[in-house]
Every structure is written in structure tokens, then in C-alpha cells.
Ligand binder design. Structure first.
Ligand code: UD1
Length: 417
């Protein structure tokens, strides 16, 4: 059983190098099978979600070499259109492969995806969009079985700006003759990154970042080398940790615009934030005044993926804070774990009322999902005494070893395998 053991109470000082965003790297890896030429992705994080995506692609016939932070993908041998349950349940992003497999092999058989247990996470918007493109979809015994022989361009309006559905449709449309329009699409920076990557492979996609994306079909795509955008959620997590613990922490390789909603919140505390190009320096004296209200929203609103971490911060702030979760309905599971450390949190549906306490007290807690797990580590960093965070395989999905990063900043945290 892997766990983190943390002795809380130390300030953080130093530098954190942020690598490429998990939520970009995964769809880009899925998109790589749109070509049989070599794709090289630079600066990729060493996390289990990426390892699971590698296993899935290898199962489809890809040959992949991980060389430090570079991933070299040779998809010339891709010939299998099926993703088994055992692999799909480890990774929700396996759903992106529907779009790219349909484009490459004209068929796909993908098991219903797994991933973090943070809400219902249906895939109805993906399916409805693909059907609009003329793709035949049958649901058979836990598998989604698709055939795109008769795919045609269309004007698709998404019911919700789903990140995954937008990405899936972009990948499904690249080889479809004519002009496909996707409306009410997600505007997250990772969508723009996918557009840039596809265009670097020779695709004709425009509009990403706005609510309408237009894809002009092309005949083939070619290989490329690409560096995905830095991980805004990892950057945000370490900014929040510094705000909570106190100290001076500089993040290197961040796009400040991508976390402007968090920076705007932290600017309302006594933290001082200095931004220069791709660097952010935060200076904090520790315990902050509570933020009044934090409401998660689609980009550029406050990201749901930072909600648990900001909840940990509010747990030890001065005053009361209201957190509204608008994206995933059951994303408050971590509140129960924070309460074990002495947090005072009341949940009513999608609303959490967090009354800041003077201090948390160390204890044993369970990570129940990726971001919630990270928030428990942050709570442990400020809690009095020892905190043990168990089930950290959830955290490993999206963060390179947090113990290594936080120890380099002066925290007392170790990882037990
Ligand atoms: C992506 C991110 C995840 C982030 C989320 C929201 C990746 C790999 N993951 O997840 O980290 O938390 O965006 O920013 O990029 N929905 C439906 N039907 C669908 C699809 C989605 O109802 O077919 C709903 C979901 O239940 C949720 C909302 O739409 O309430 C947003 O989900 P979506 O944007 O699709 O998230 P993911 O792409 O799964």
C-alpha cells in the first residue's frame, strides 16, 4: 500500500518546474494515431495516466519509447480497433480514442471508460455528436461499437461544453470530407493545444478557444514534434500549497493566463504574487483570510480541478467561505476526509460551507480521487503533527511524486511504497 507521511507546519521555499499538462498530453497521445508517421511529444509528466495511455496505444499496435520526458510514438502498426475493459476502466481518457480510431481505422470498440469517481461522468454528448457525423454506434455488453464508413460533415451543437466531447469530435472530423462545425464547444486551453497539435500534423482546424470550432477535412496527416502546454492544475496546486504554508515559491514554465481565475482569488488574500513571462512567484505569510465565494465554472472560470485544493486552503483560513461545485455533482467527497483532520465543512448538495479553523490536526486520511488526494497532502502540510495520506495511487495519476517536489521546497513529507 503506497502512502505519504507528512509532518506538518513547515514553510515552503524554492522553485517548481511545471511540465506538460496531463489533460493535453492524453488527448494528444490519442490524436497521434491519426498518422502512421512518428510523433514526438516533449516535456511529458511521469504519471500513471500517461503510462496507462501508453499501454492502451501499445494494445492497438503502437510502438512507444519513453525517453526521459519525451515520448516517441510510432503508429505505423496500428491495426487493432478494440480497447478492452481492463485498460479502459483505468483511464477515462480512453474515450478520446473513439474519435481517433474511427478516423484511422473507420471502426472502434471501446469499453465504457473509468477514471476518477467524481460524479456521473456520462458520455451521452460524445455519442450524440458522433451520431450527427453519421457514425453508426451500438452499445453492446459494456462496449461502445462504432463504424464510420458513412461519416459525413455536419453542424453539431453540443448540449454542454464538454471538454472530452469537443476533443473527440475534433479528432473524428479531421478526415471527413467537407466542413464540420462544432458549436457550444469547450474553451479550455487544452482544446486550443489539441487544435495546434492537429494543425502541426497537417489538419485544418480553427476556432479553438471560442465556442465554435470548424474542421475542414483533409486526406492524411503527417508526423510532428510538439511540446504541449504546461499543466495549469499542477501549477495551481503548488501555488495554493505555498499560500497555505507560507514562504516564497517560484513556479517555472507556467502560462499565468491559464490560471488567472486562481490568481485573481489569491490576489484577494495577503499573498503577494509576481508574474514575469512564464514564471510566477508567490510570497505568503501562511494562514489567510477566507475567500467569500468560490464557484467552479467552465474555462476561464475557476476550474473544478482546483476546487478540492482551495477547499483545503479555506479549511484553515480566517472566516467562512462558500464553495459551489457546478461541474461534477459528487466532487465533495474529500470534505469528509478533511473533516477527519478537524476541518469544519457542511455540504448541502453542490454547496460547501467551510468555516476556517485555527489549525488542522494530523491523522490518517484516504485519497478518494486525484485532485482530492492532492488537497489532503496540502492539508497535511499545515496540520499539526503527522498526517498519513493513503491510497495515493489516485494522486499518482496526475502528479509526479509530490513528496519529491514538496521536500525540495523544505516540506517534511516522505513516500512509503
Ligand atoms: C475534462 C478533464 C477533467 C476536468 C473536466 C472539466 C481531461 C482528461 N479531463 O474531463 O480533468 O475536470 O474536463 O473541466 O481533460 N458531461 C455529460 N455528458 C457527456 C460528457 C460530459 O453530461 O457526454 C458532463 C459531465 O458529467 C460534467 C460536465 O459535462 O458534469 C463536464 O465534463 P467534461 O467537460 O466532459 O469533462 P471531461 O472531458 O471528462
Amino acid at each position: 500500500m503506497k502512502e505519504y507521511i507528512i509532518e506538518g507546519g513547515l514553510p515552503l521555499d524554492g522553485q517548481v518546474d511545471v511540465c506538460a499538462a496531463k489533460n493535453s498530453v492524453l488527448p494528444l497521445m490519442a490524436a497521434s494515431i491519426l498518422t502512421d508517421e512518428i510523433i514526438v511529444l516533449h516535456d511529458c509528466p511521469d504519471i500513471s495516466d500517461v503510462d496507462n495511455m501508453i499501454k492502451i496505444l501499445e494494445g492497438l499496435g503502437s510502438k512507444i519509447i519513453k525517453n526521459g520526458r519525451d515520448i516517441v510514438i510510432d503508429n505505423s502498426g496500428v491495426n487493432n480497433a478494440q480497447i478492452p475493459v481492463s485498460l479502459a476502466k483505468e483511464l477515462r481518457s480512453s474515450i478520446f480514442l473513439l474519435g481517433s480510431l474511427l478516423s484511422r481505422l473507420k471502426q472502434a470498440k471501446v469499453a465504457y471508460p473509468g477514471g476518477c469517481d467524481i460524479g456521473l461522468r456520462p458520455i451521452d454528448i460524445h455519442i450524440a455528436g458522433l451520431r450527427e457525423l453519421g457514425i453508426d454506434i451500438q452499445e453492446q455488453g459494456g462496449y461502445i461499437v462504432c463504424n464510420s464508413q458513412n461519416a459525413r460533415c455536419a453542424d453539431v451543437v453540443l448540449d454542454l461544453p464538454s471538454v472530452g466531447a469537443t476533443e473527440n469530435l475534433m479528432m473524428s472530423a479531421v478526415f471527413v470530407k467537407g466542413r464540420t462545425v462544432i458549436r457550444n464547444c469547450a474553451k479550455e486551453p487544452e482544446i486550443y493545444d489539441l487544435q495546434r497539435f492537429l494543425n502541426a500534423m497537417g489538419a485544418k482546424v480553427k476556432g479553438a478557444g471560442s465556442s465554435v470550432i470548424v474542421v475542414e477535412g483533409t486526406d492524411r496527416l503527417h508526423g510532428t514534434e510538439y511540446t504541449p502546454i504546461p499543466d495549469r492544475i499542477v501549477a495551481g496546486t503548488y501555488l495554493i500549497s505555498a499560500a497555505m504554508c507560507g514562504g516564497n515559491v517560484e513556479l517555472v514554465n507556467v502560462n499565468p493566463e491559464h490560471i488567472s481565475s486562481l490568481i485573481s482569488k489569491l490576489s484577494k488574500t495577503t499573498c503577494k504574487i509576481y508574474i514575469k513571462n512564464d514564471r510566477i512567484l508567490i510570497k505568503s505569510r501562511g494562514r489567510q483570510k477566507s475567500l467569500d465565494c468560490i464557484e467552479t465554472m467552465y474555462y476561464p472560470g475557476f476550474p473544478t480541478d482546483l476546487q478540492s485544493q482551495i477547499m483545503a486552503m479555506q479549511s484553515v483560513s480566517k472566516g467562512t467561505s462558500v464553495i459551489v461545485e457546478n461541474i461534477f455533482e459528487t466532487r465533495f467527497k474529500t470534505a469528509g476526509e478533511l473533516k477527519k483532520l478537524g476541518a469544519d465543512i457542511t455540504i448541502k448538495g453542490r454547496v460547501a460551507i467551510v468555516r476556517g479553523v485555527r489549525e488542522l490536526v494530523g491523522g490518517e486520511v484516504l485519497a478518494t480521487d486525484l485532485r482530492g488526494g492532492a488537497s489532503l497532502v496540502l492539508a497535511g502540510l499545515v496540520a499539526k503533527g503527522q498526517t498519513i495520506v493513503k491510497d495515493i495511487h489516485h494522486i499518482d495519476r496526475g502528479y509526479e511524486d509530490m513528496a519529491k517536489v514538496l521536500s525540495s521546497l523544505g516540506a517534511n513529507i516522505r513516500r512509503i511504497e
